[in-house]
Design a protein around this ligand. Sequence first.
Ligand code: UGA
Length: 436
Amino acid sequence: MKIAVIGAGYVGLVTGACFADFGHEVRCIDTDPRKIESLRSGGVPIYEPGLAELIASNVAADRLKFDMDLGWGVRDADAVFIAVGTPSRRGDGHADLSYVYQVAKDIAAELQGYTVVVTKSTVPVGTGDEVERLIRETRPDADFTVASNPEFLREGAAIGDFKRPDRIVIGTTDPRAREVMSEVYRPLFLNQAPILFTDRRTSELTKYAANAFLATKITFINEIADLCEEAGANVQDVARGMGLDNRIGSKFLHAGPGFGGSCFPKDVSALIKTGQDYGAPGRIIEAVANVNDQRKRAMGRKIIQAAGGDIRGKTVALLGLTFKPNTDDMRDAPSIAITRALKDAGANIRAFDPVGMEQARKVIDEGVVFCKDPYETVAGADVVTVVTEWDVFRALDLTRVRGLMKSAILVDLRNVYNPTDVIKAGFTYTGVGRGQ
Ligand code: UGA
Protein backbone atom coordinates (compact mmCIF):
# COMPACT_ATOMS: atom_id res chain seq x y z
CA MET A 1 0.00 0.00 0.00
CA LYS A 2 1.04 3.58 -0.58
CA ILE A 3 0.39 5.70 2.47
CA ALA A 4 0.77 9.41 3.15
CA VAL A 5 0.92 10.66 6.73
CA ILE A 6 0.28 14.36 7.15
CA GLY A 7 1.97 15.73 10.26
CA ALA A 8 5.34 14.44 11.49
CA GLY A 9 4.54 14.96 15.17
CA TYR A 10 4.25 12.28 17.79
CA VAL A 11 1.31 10.38 16.29
CA GLY A 12 2.37 10.90 12.68
CA LEU A 13 5.92 9.68 13.19
CA VAL A 14 4.98 6.59 15.16
CA THR A 15 2.19 5.76 12.70
CA GLY A 16 4.39 6.37 9.65
CA ALA A 17 7.34 4.39 10.99
CA CYS A 18 5.15 1.43 12.02
CA PHE A 19 3.27 1.32 8.70
CA ALA A 20 6.60 1.39 6.88
CA ASP A 21 7.75 -1.46 9.09
CA PHE A 22 4.67 -3.44 7.98
CA GLY A 23 6.12 -3.15 4.46
CA HIS A 24 4.04 -0.24 3.16
CA GLU A 25 5.52 2.65 1.21
CA VAL A 26 5.11 5.66 3.48
CA ARG A 27 5.56 9.35 2.83
CA CYS A 28 5.49 11.62 5.89
CA ILE A 29 4.70 15.26 5.22
CA ASP A 30 5.23 18.22 7.50
CA THR A 31 5.25 21.97 6.94
CA ASP A 32 8.23 22.58 9.24
CA PRO A 33 11.39 22.64 7.09
CA ARG A 34 13.73 22.16 10.05
CA LYS A 35 11.85 19.07 11.17
CA ILE A 36 11.94 17.53 7.71
CA GLU A 37 15.63 18.36 7.30
CA SER A 38 16.44 16.84 10.65
CA LEU A 39 14.38 13.68 9.98
CA ARG A 40 16.14 13.24 6.65
CA SER A 41 19.51 13.36 8.32
CA GLY A 42 18.57 10.84 11.00
CA GLY A 43 17.30 13.17 13.74
CA VAL A 44 14.07 12.43 15.63
CA PRO A 45 12.35 15.45 17.16
CA ILE A 46 10.67 13.60 20.05
CA TYR A 47 11.82 11.15 22.67
CA GLU A 48 10.09 7.80 22.25
CA PRO A 49 11.90 4.54 23.03
CA GLY A 50 12.71 2.56 19.85
CA LEU A 51 11.40 5.20 17.43
CA ALA A 52 14.78 6.48 16.16
CA GLU A 53 15.88 2.92 15.31
CA LEU A 54 12.56 2.11 13.62
CA ILE A 55 12.74 5.25 11.50
CA ALA A 56 16.39 4.64 10.59
CA SER A 57 15.83 1.05 9.46
CA ASN A 58 12.79 1.92 7.35
CA VAL A 59 14.48 4.95 5.80
CA ALA A 60 17.43 2.68 4.92
CA ALA A 61 15.00 0.19 3.35
CA ASP A 62 13.58 3.05 1.25
CA ARG A 63 10.07 2.53 2.62
CA LEU A 64 9.87 5.73 4.68
CA LYS A 65 10.42 9.21 3.24
CA PHE A 66 9.99 12.75 4.54
CA ASP A 67 9.03 15.84 2.59
CA MET A 68 7.24 19.16 2.78
CA ASP A 69 5.43 18.61 -0.50
CA LEU A 70 1.94 17.42 0.40
CA GLY A 71 1.02 16.80 -3.24
CA TRP A 72 3.94 14.40 -3.68
CA GLY A 73 2.65 12.39 -0.72
CA VAL A 74 -1.05 12.48 -1.55
CA ARG A 75 -1.23 11.98 -5.33
CA ASP A 76 -0.18 8.30 -5.38
CA ALA A 77 -1.53 7.34 -1.99
CA ASP A 78 -4.17 4.67 -1.35
CA ALA A 79 -4.70 6.13 2.12
CA VAL A 80 -3.86 9.55 3.54
CA PHE A 81 -3.67 9.76 7.33
CA ILE A 82 -4.28 13.16 8.92
CA ALA A 83 -2.11 13.24 12.04
CA VAL A 84 -1.85 16.94 12.86
CA GLY A 85 -2.45 18.41 16.30
CA THR A 86 -5.85 19.18 17.80
CA PRO A 87 -4.82 21.29 20.80
CA SER A 88 -7.27 22.83 23.25
CA ARG A 89 -8.70 26.01 21.83
CA ARG A 90 -7.94 29.03 23.95
CA GLY A 91 -10.93 30.21 25.94
CA ASP A 92 -13.52 27.47 25.56
CA GLY A 93 -11.61 24.18 25.92
CA HIS A 94 -12.91 22.82 22.60
CA ALA A 95 -10.52 20.99 20.29
CA ASP A 96 -8.93 23.41 17.82
CA LEU A 97 -9.63 21.83 14.43
CA SER A 98 -8.11 24.51 12.25
CA TYR A 99 -5.06 22.39 11.35
CA VAL A 100 -7.24 19.40 10.47
CA TYR A 101 -9.51 21.48 8.26
CA GLN A 102 -6.64 23.23 6.52
CA VAL A 103 -5.01 19.88 5.76
CA ALA A 104 -8.34 18.55 4.46
CA LYS A 105 -8.46 21.39 1.92
CA ASP A 106 -4.81 20.91 0.98
CA ILE A 107 -5.37 17.19 0.46
CA ALA A 108 -8.48 17.83 -1.62
CA ALA A 109 -6.51 19.83 -4.15
CA GLU A 110 -4.13 16.91 -4.73
CA LEU A 111 -6.34 13.82 -4.75
CA GLN A 112 -5.94 11.48 -7.72
CA GLY A 113 -7.82 8.20 -8.09
CA TYR A 114 -9.72 6.60 -5.22
CA THR A 115 -8.24 7.61 -1.86
CA VAL A 116 -9.23 6.95 1.73
CA VAL A 117 -8.68 10.04 3.86
CA VAL A 118 -8.29 8.92 7.46
CA THR A 119 -8.46 11.10 10.56
CA LYS A 120 -5.86 9.74 12.98
CA SER A 121 -5.81 12.94 15.00
CA THR A 122 -8.16 12.91 17.98
CA VAL A 123 -11.19 14.76 16.67
CA PRO A 124 -14.63 15.43 18.16
CA VAL A 125 -17.63 13.52 16.90
CA GLY A 126 -18.80 14.96 13.59
CA THR A 127 -15.38 16.20 12.43
CA GLY A 128 -15.25 13.56 9.68
CA ASP A 129 -18.48 14.99 8.24
CA GLU A 130 -16.89 18.43 8.02
CA VAL A 131 -13.66 17.04 6.53
CA GLU A 132 -15.76 15.29 3.89
CA ARG A 133 -17.72 18.46 3.18
CA LEU A 134 -14.56 20.55 2.82
CA ILE A 135 -12.95 18.08 0.42
CA ARG A 136 -16.11 17.81 -1.61
CA GLU A 137 -16.43 21.60 -1.74
CA THR A 138 -12.82 22.02 -2.88
CA ARG A 139 -12.89 19.14 -5.35
CA PRO A 140 -16.44 18.11 -6.38
CA ASP A 141 -14.97 15.51 -8.78
CA ALA A 142 -12.72 13.70 -6.29
CA ASP A 143 -13.19 9.99 -5.58
CA PHE A 144 -12.60 9.51 -1.84
CA THR A 145 -13.95 8.30 1.48
CA VAL A 146 -13.30 9.92 4.84
CA ALA A 147 -12.74 7.32 7.58
CA SER A 148 -11.91 7.61 11.28
CA ASN A 149 -9.15 5.54 12.84
CA PRO A 150 -8.25 6.86 16.29
CA GLU A 151 -4.92 6.03 17.90
CA PHE A 152 -4.65 4.53 21.37
CA LEU A 153 -0.88 4.86 21.80
CA ARG A 154 0.69 5.67 25.14
CA GLU A 155 3.73 7.88 25.11
CA GLY A 156 6.76 5.86 26.11
CA ALA A 157 5.18 2.62 24.89
CA ALA A 158 3.87 3.80 21.53
CA ILE A 159 5.58 1.32 19.22
CA GLY A 160 4.55 -1.70 21.29
CA ASP A 161 1.01 -0.31 21.50
CA PHE A 162 0.90 0.17 17.72
CA LYS A 163 2.20 -3.27 16.88
CA ARG A 164 0.32 -5.16 19.57
CA PRO A 165 -2.85 -3.13 20.02
CA ASP A 166 -5.68 -4.05 22.38
CA ARG A 167 -7.92 -3.19 19.43
CA ILE A 168 -8.11 -1.23 16.20
CA VAL A 169 -11.17 0.93 15.65
CA ILE A 170 -12.08 1.85 12.07
CA GLY A 171 -14.98 4.15 11.42
CA THR A 172 -16.38 3.78 7.92
CA THR A 173 -19.36 2.06 6.39
CA ASP A 174 -17.97 2.30 2.86
CA PRO A 175 -16.95 -1.17 1.56
CA ARG A 176 -14.12 0.24 -0.60
CA ALA A 177 -12.62 2.10 2.36
CA ARG A 178 -12.94 -1.00 4.53
CA GLU A 179 -10.98 -2.96 1.98
CA VAL A 180 -8.16 -0.40 1.88
CA MET A 181 -8.02 -0.17 5.67
CA SER A 182 -7.98 -3.97 5.98
CA GLU A 183 -4.99 -4.03 3.66
CA VAL A 184 -3.24 -1.24 5.62
CA TYR A 185 -3.63 -3.18 8.89
CA ARG A 186 -3.22 -6.65 7.38
CA PRO A 187 -0.19 -7.64 9.51
CA LEU A 188 -2.21 -6.91 12.64
CA PHE A 189 -5.22 -8.86 11.38
CA LEU A 190 -2.88 -11.78 10.83
CA ASN A 191 -1.82 -11.41 14.47
CA GLN A 192 -5.52 -11.60 15.37
CA ALA A 193 -5.67 -8.11 16.88
CA PRO A 194 -9.32 -7.34 17.66
CA ILE A 195 -10.74 -5.01 15.05
CA LEU A 196 -13.91 -3.04 15.36
CA PHE A 197 -15.49 -1.74 12.19
CA THR A 198 -18.14 0.81 12.94
CA ASP A 199 -19.50 4.06 11.56
CA ARG A 200 -17.40 7.21 11.57
CA ARG A 201 -19.16 9.09 14.36
CA THR A 202 -19.08 6.11 16.68
CA SER A 203 -15.37 5.67 16.04
CA GLU A 204 -14.65 9.32 16.78
CA LEU A 205 -16.57 9.19 20.03
CA THR A 206 -15.00 5.89 21.09
CA LYS A 207 -11.60 7.55 21.35
CA TYR A 208 -12.84 10.29 23.69
CA ALA A 209 -14.93 7.90 25.74
CA ALA A 210 -11.91 5.62 26.25
CA ASN A 211 -9.59 8.43 27.37
CA ALA A 212 -12.23 10.04 29.57
CA PHE A 213 -12.98 6.70 31.22
CA LEU A 214 -9.29 6.09 31.98
CA ALA A 215 -9.01 9.63 33.37
CA THR A 216 -12.06 8.90 35.52
CA LYS A 217 -10.53 5.69 36.84
CA ILE A 218 -7.37 7.55 37.90
CA THR A 219 -9.37 10.36 39.50
CA PHE A 220 -11.55 7.89 41.35
CA ILE A 221 -8.59 6.10 42.92
CA ASN A 222 -6.98 9.46 43.76
CA GLU A 223 -10.03 10.40 45.80
CA ILE A 224 -10.02 7.00 47.47
CA ALA A 225 -6.34 7.68 48.30
CA ASP A 226 -7.33 10.88 50.09
CA LEU A 227 -9.90 8.95 52.05
CA CYS A 228 -7.34 6.26 52.90
CA GLU A 229 -5.05 8.90 54.36
CA GLU A 230 -7.80 10.18 56.61
CA ALA A 231 -9.23 6.79 57.51
CA GLY A 232 -5.99 4.91 58.09
CA ALA A 233 -6.16 2.57 55.07
CA ASN A 234 -3.78 1.67 52.25
CA VAL A 235 -4.82 2.67 48.73
CA GLN A 236 -2.48 0.22 47.02
CA ASP A 237 -4.18 -2.69 48.71
CA VAL A 238 -7.60 -1.17 48.05
CA ALA A 239 -6.66 -0.87 44.35
CA ARG A 240 -5.38 -4.45 44.29
CA GLY A 241 -8.53 -5.68 45.97
CA MET A 242 -10.66 -3.79 43.47
CA GLY A 243 -8.58 -4.60 40.41
CA LEU A 244 -8.69 -8.36 40.90
CA ASP A 245 -12.36 -8.10 40.00
CA ASN A 246 -12.26 -8.68 36.23
CA ARG A 247 -15.07 -6.23 35.75
CA ILE A 248 -12.85 -3.48 37.15
CA GLY A 249 -9.33 -4.54 36.11
CA SER A 250 -6.11 -3.53 37.84
CA LYS A 251 -4.76 -0.98 35.36
CA PHE A 252 -4.99 2.79 35.82
CA LEU A 253 -5.66 2.44 39.51
CA HIS A 254 -2.33 3.91 40.67
CA ALA A 255 -2.95 6.88 42.90
CA GLY A 256 -0.64 9.81 42.29
CA PRO A 257 -0.41 13.57 41.77
CA GLY A 258 -3.16 13.69 39.11
CA PHE A 259 -3.10 12.93 35.42
CA GLY A 260 -1.32 15.15 32.91
CA GLY A 261 0.08 14.84 29.41
CA SER A 262 -0.90 15.85 25.95
CA CYS A 263 -4.07 13.77 25.82
CA PHE A 264 -6.18 13.27 28.95
CA PRO A 265 -6.57 16.91 30.04
CA LYS A 266 -7.33 18.16 26.52
CA ASP A 267 -9.58 15.24 25.58
CA VAL A 268 -11.57 15.43 28.81
CA SER A 269 -12.09 19.13 28.25
CA ALA A 270 -13.11 18.63 24.60
CA LEU A 271 -15.58 15.89 25.54
CA ILE A 272 -17.14 18.16 28.16
CA LYS A 273 -17.59 20.78 25.47
CA THR A 274 -19.07 18.29 23.00
CA GLY A 275 -21.52 17.09 25.65
CA GLN A 276 -22.63 20.67 26.28
CA ASP A 277 -22.99 21.35 22.55
CA TYR A 278 -25.23 18.32 22.10
CA GLY A 279 -27.27 19.03 25.23
CA ALA A 280 -26.00 15.84 26.86
CA PRO A 281 -23.68 17.18 29.57
CA GLY A 282 -20.99 14.86 30.92
CA ARG A 283 -21.41 15.56 34.61
CA ILE A 284 -19.01 12.84 35.67
CA ILE A 285 -16.20 14.04 33.43
CA GLU A 286 -16.80 17.64 34.44
CA ALA A 287 -16.15 16.52 38.01
CA VAL A 288 -13.07 14.59 36.86
CA ALA A 289 -11.58 17.69 35.23
CA ASN A 290 -12.20 19.83 38.34
CA VAL A 291 -10.99 17.27 40.84
CA ASN A 292 -7.83 16.61 38.82
CA ASP A 293 -6.99 20.33 38.50
CA GLN A 294 -7.42 20.83 42.21
CA ARG A 295 -5.35 17.75 42.95
CA LYS A 296 -2.28 19.00 41.10
CA ARG A 297 -2.33 22.16 43.17
CA ALA A 298 -3.03 20.23 46.35
CA MET A 299 0.21 18.27 45.86
CA GLY A 300 2.19 21.46 46.54
CA ARG A 301 0.30 21.83 49.83
CA LYS A 302 0.98 18.19 50.65
CA ILE A 303 4.72 18.81 50.36
CA ILE A 304 4.47 21.94 52.49
CA GLN A 305 2.55 20.06 55.14
CA ALA A 306 5.14 17.26 55.15
CA ALA A 307 7.77 19.95 55.76
CA GLY A 308 5.92 21.11 58.88
CA GLY A 309 3.56 23.67 57.39
CA ASP A 310 6.01 26.45 56.53
CA ILE A 311 8.32 26.06 53.55
CA ARG A 312 9.57 29.64 53.36
CA GLY A 313 13.33 29.64 52.82
CA LYS A 314 13.47 25.85 52.77
CA THR A 315 14.73 23.83 49.81
CA VAL A 316 12.67 21.20 48.02
CA ALA A 317 14.34 18.71 45.65
CA LEU A 318 11.99 17.50 42.91
CA LEU A 319 12.83 14.18 41.26
CA GLY A 320 11.05 13.79 37.92
CA LEU A 321 9.31 16.59 36.05
CA THR A 322 7.67 15.05 32.98
CA PHE A 323 4.00 14.02 33.21
CA LYS A 324 5.07 10.38 33.32
CA PRO A 325 8.30 8.38 32.79
CA ASN A 326 9.88 7.51 29.42
CA THR A 327 8.89 10.73 27.73
CA ASP A 328 10.24 14.28 27.62
CA ASP A 329 6.68 15.63 27.51
CA MET A 330 5.94 18.37 30.03
CA ARG A 331 2.42 19.20 28.82
CA ASP A 332 0.07 19.60 31.79
CA ALA A 333 2.60 17.81 34.00
CA PRO A 334 1.73 17.93 37.73
CA SER A 335 5.27 19.27 38.33
CA ILE A 336 4.17 22.60 36.83
CA ALA A 337 1.42 23.20 39.40
CA ILE A 338 3.67 21.84 42.16
CA THR A 339 6.57 24.18 41.42
CA ARG A 340 4.17 27.12 41.21
CA ALA A 341 2.62 26.30 44.60
CA LEU A 342 6.04 25.83 46.20
CA LYS A 343 7.43 29.04 44.74
CA ASP A 344 4.37 30.98 45.91
CA ALA A 345 4.98 29.63 49.39
CA GLY A 346 8.58 30.87 49.34
CA ALA A 347 10.48 27.60 48.79
CA ASN A 348 13.76 27.18 46.93
CA ILE A 349 13.47 24.48 44.28
CA ARG A 350 16.09 22.14 42.88
CA ALA A 351 15.00 19.73 40.17
CA PHE A 352 16.14 16.85 37.99
CA ASP A 353 14.54 14.79 35.24
CA PRO A 354 16.35 12.05 33.30
CA VAL A 355 15.05 13.16 29.87
CA GLY A 356 12.71 16.15 30.26
CA MET A 357 15.10 18.90 31.42
CA GLU A 358 15.13 20.78 28.13
CA GLN A 359 11.33 20.85 27.91
CA ALA A 360 11.03 21.59 31.64
CA ARG A 361 13.25 24.66 31.35
CA LYS A 362 10.76 26.11 28.88
CA VAL A 363 7.83 25.91 31.30
CA ILE A 364 9.20 26.09 34.84
CA ASP A 365 12.53 27.78 34.44
CA GLU A 366 12.17 30.80 36.66
CA GLY A 367 13.79 30.36 40.04
CA VAL A 368 14.38 26.61 39.69
CA VAL A 369 17.90 25.20 39.98
CA PHE A 370 18.24 22.36 37.47
CA CYS A 371 20.71 19.68 38.53
CA LYS A 372 22.56 16.98 36.65
CA ASP A 373 21.61 13.94 38.72
CA PRO A 374 19.42 12.95 41.68
CA TYR A 375 22.24 13.19 44.23
CA GLU A 376 23.25 16.69 43.20
CA THR A 377 19.56 17.64 43.38
CA VAL A 378 19.08 16.56 46.99
CA ALA A 379 22.31 18.21 48.24
CA GLY A 380 21.40 20.58 51.07
CA ALA A 381 17.63 20.07 50.58
CA ASP A 382 15.08 19.91 53.38
CA VAL A 383 12.54 17.85 51.45
CA VAL A 384 12.93 15.39 48.58
CA THR A 385 9.84 14.67 46.47
CA VAL A 386 9.40 12.00 43.80
CA VAL A 387 7.07 13.59 41.27
CA THR A 388 7.53 11.19 38.33
CA GLU A 389 8.27 7.50 38.75
CA TRP A 390 11.35 7.11 36.52
CA ASP A 391 13.03 3.77 37.23
CA VAL A 392 16.29 5.46 38.19
CA PHE A 393 14.61 6.90 41.31
CA ARG A 394 13.50 3.48 42.49
CA ALA A 395 17.12 2.41 42.78
CA LEU A 396 18.46 5.43 44.71
CA ASP A 397 20.83 4.82 47.61
CA LEU A 398 18.58 6.30 50.29
CA THR A 399 21.28 6.38 52.94
CA ARG A 400 23.46 8.45 50.61
CA VAL A 401 20.49 10.71 49.85
CA ARG A 402 19.89 11.17 53.58
CA GLY A 403 23.56 12.03 54.12
CA LEU A 404 23.45 14.77 51.49
CA MET A 405 20.28 16.44 52.77
CA LYS A 406 19.82 19.07 55.45
CA SER A 407 16.59 17.60 56.81
CA ALA A 408 15.23 14.14 56.20
CA ILE A 409 11.74 14.45 54.73
CA LEU A 410 10.72 12.30 51.77
CA VAL A 411 7.47 12.81 49.89
CA ASP A 412 6.68 10.00 47.49
CA LEU A 413 3.89 11.17 45.15
CA ARG A 414 4.06 7.93 43.14
CA ASN A 415 4.35 5.39 45.95
CA VAL A 416 7.58 3.99 44.51
CA TYR A 417 9.23 3.23 47.85
CA ASN A 418 8.54 0.80 50.60
CA PRO A 419 7.87 3.14 53.56
CA THR A 420 9.74 0.80 55.92
CA ASP A 421 12.97 1.14 53.86
CA VAL A 422 12.64 4.92 53.75
CA ILE A 423 12.04 5.20 57.48
CA LYS A 424 14.94 2.81 58.14
CA ALA A 425 17.19 5.16 56.13
CA GLY A 426 16.31 7.92 58.60
CA PHE A 427 13.52 9.80 56.78
CA THR A 428 10.02 10.77 57.66
CA TYR A 429 7.86 9.34 54.86
CA THR A 430 4.74 10.70 53.18
CA GLY A 431 3.18 8.70 50.34
CA VAL A 432 -0.17 8.92 48.59
CA GLY A 433 -3.08 7.15 50.22
CA ARG A 434 -0.86 5.31 52.65
CA GLY A 435 -2.77 6.15 55.77
CA GLN A 436 -1.18 3.48 57.92
C1 UGA B 1 -3.13 8.22 26.99
C2 UGA B 1 -3.86 6.87 26.81
O1 UGA B 1 -3.40 5.95 27.83
C3 UGA B 1 -3.61 6.30 25.43
O2 UGA B 1 -4.36 5.09 25.26
C4 UGA B 1 -4.06 7.33 24.37
O3 UGA B 1 -3.81 6.88 23.06
C5 UGA B 1 -3.28 8.61 24.59
O4 UGA B 1 -3.55 9.10 25.91
C6 UGA B 1 -3.73 9.58 23.54
O5 UGA B 1 -4.90 9.94 23.53
O6 UGA B 1 -2.93 9.91 22.65
P1 UGA B 1 -0.63 8.97 27.56
O7 UGA B 1 -1.16 10.36 27.65
O8 UGA B 1 0.62 8.72 26.80
O9 UGA B 1 -1.73 7.99 26.92
O10 UGA B 1 -0.32 8.52 29.04
P2 UGA B 1 -0.90 7.49 30.11
O11 UGA B 1 0.08 6.40 30.30
O12 UGA B 1 -2.27 7.10 29.81
O13 UGA B 1 -0.86 8.42 31.41
C7 UGA B 1 -1.65 9.60 31.49
C8 UGA B 1 -1.53 10.24 32.86
O14 UGA B 1 -2.21 9.46 33.83
C9 UGA B 1 -0.11 10.40 33.38
O15 UGA B 1 -0.01 11.66 33.99
C10 UGA B 1 0.03 9.29 34.40
O16 UGA B 1 0.97 9.56 35.39
C11 UGA B 1 -1.37 9.22 34.96
N1 UGA B 1 -1.73 7.92 35.53
C12 UGA B 1 -1.87 6.83 34.74
C13 UGA B 1 -1.96 7.83 36.90
O17 UGA B 1 -1.85 8.82 37.66
N2 UGA B 1 -2.34 6.61 37.42
C14 UGA B 1 -2.48 5.51 36.65
O18 UGA B 1 -2.85 4.45 37.20
C15 UGA B 1 -2.24 5.62 35.28
